[in-house]
Design a protein around this ligand. Structure first.
Ligand SMILES: NC(=O)c1ccc[n+]([C@@H]2O[C@H](COP(=O)([O-])OP(=O)(O)OC[C@H]3O[C@@H](n4cnc5c(N)ncnc54)[C@H](O)[C@@H]3O)[C@@H](O)[C@H]2O)c1
Ligand SMILES: [Zn+2]
Ligand SMILES: [Zn+2]
Length: 361
């Protein structure tokens, strides 16, 4: 029997979100229904509401979630009812050309549930990033569920489902930060602070946080930044160089999604250093770099999709590090809120007041 539950839906472009009754079908082949326990509020949810992703309204928002599997489709063996899971938005296919070459974290054919959740009048919902977890229950592909240690707090580990994983992975996986490296992170929101935490875990010796907001720079230090640069008053490139023996950082991570910041990160790198792009640009953004600078500096420019993570490999490991007290995921949770408070949380996010507001069910 399909369930009727409450969910946060963006009905029309730019309109405040509504808490409405939605219909969640029973899981079919390859699918699972998850009782959501916690779901973080991410900028991407707001982008959906503003029509910035596509026009497939109505959207069921929410995608940084943890919960308990309630039911699985007939052929599902990877998870069972009762499992505590973190949801991911890149369920890898195992069969595309990238998966077959042994690079499943780049999977070119990730997938979601086949059936649609709907409004009570039958209108199909588009779940944000194929998840839709601002709801008491959601229907996903079983491959979007990664089983982790149930001792973990859902509101903390659910954040691995998007921004925090993207940030950690941008340093640890895409940037391949290693022991003794110098790292500069540009933009210290949830993603940038996670990049800082990832750089620290990976053994970076110097971790420079760059932001316009003094409050964010303070938070960055709590996550282990060794130095801060106030981009509203300082010459960012010169400041990063001054903190790295005049050379620039081994790894620079752009975590804003801004062309000017991308250029700063490019020039703040040491020779043969790595520039990681984790901030998501809009289609009209351009960068203009002299080719000779690109060549002459050497190194690597790497976009980071979801931190180049492999959820099945990385979520359980990171949850274990969290439970051992070596990765402070609790610090990302600025506040816990109810489903009815998502609209207000968007405003707090826009004002830069939170790393993450997390809906707790
Ligand atoms: N690559 C991925 O898979 C992935 C996943 C999730 C999020 N993201 C992207 O990561 C980016 C950051 O997300 P977030 O949740 O941390 O956002 P956020 O808004 O919380 O943080 C952005 C930070 O950048 C700072 N900032 C703005 N302009 C700046 C400037 N000119 N110089 C320095 N700092 C500046 C802000 O003060 C803020 O602290 C977004 O673009 C988001 O879409 C990417
Ligand atoms: Zn694949
Ligand atoms: Zn997100």
């Amino acid at each position: 029997m399909a369930s009727e539950v409450q969910g946060v839906v963006a009905l029309a472009k730019g309109e405040p979100v509504s808490l409405v009754t939605i219909v969640v079908p029973d899981p079919g082949p390859g699918e699972a229904v998850v009782a959501v326990q916690a779901c973080g509020v991410c900028h991407t949810d707001l982008h959906y509401r503003e029509g910035g992703i596509n026009d497939e309204f109505p959207f069921l928002l929410g995608h940084e979630a943890a919960g308990v599997v309630e039911a699985v489709g007939p052929d599902v063996t990877s998870v069972s009812p009762g499992d505590f899971v973190v949801l991911n938005w890149r369920a890898v296919c195992g069969q595309c050309r990238s998966c077959r070459r042994g690079r499943p974290w780049y999977c070119f054919d990730t997938f979601n549930a086949t059936q649609k959740m709907t409004l009570t009048d039958g209108t199909p919902l588009s779940p944000a990033l194929g998840i839709g977890a601002f709801a008491e229950k959601t229907l996903v592909a079983a491959g979007q569920c990664t089983k982790v240690d149930p001792a973990a707090r859902p509101e903390a580990v659910g954040l691995l489902g998007c921004g925090v994983m993207a940030g950690l992975g941008s340093a640890m996986l895409t940037g391949e930060v290693g022991l003794g490296d110098s790292v500069a992170v540009f933009g210290c929101g949830g993603v940038g602070c996670a990049a800082i935490a990832g750089a620290v875990l990976a053994g970076a010796a110097t971790v420079i946080a760059v932001d316009l907001d003094p409050g964010k720079l303070e938070l960055a230090q709590e996550f282990g930044a060794t130095h801060t640069v106030d981009a509203s008053t300082e010459d960012v490139v010169e400041a990063v160089k001054a903190l790295t023996g005049g050379n620039g950082a081994d790894v620079c991570i752009e975590a804003v999604g801004n062309p000017q910041v991308m250029e700063q990160a490019f020039y703040a790198r040491d020779l043969a250093g790595t520039l990681v792009q984790v901030g998501v640009p809009t289609p009209e953004m351009r960068i203009d770099l002299p080719m000779i600078e690109f060549f002459g500096r050497g190194g690597r420019l790497k976009p980071s999709w979801y931190g180049d993570c492999l959820p099945s490999r990385d979520f359980p490991l990171l949850v274990d590090l969290y439970l051992q007290g070596r990765l402070d995921l609790d610090r990302f949770v600025t506040e816990t809120i109810a489903l009815a408070d998502v609209e207000e949380a968007f405003h707090r996010m826009e004002r830069g007041e939170v790393l993450r507001s997390v809906v707790v069910l």
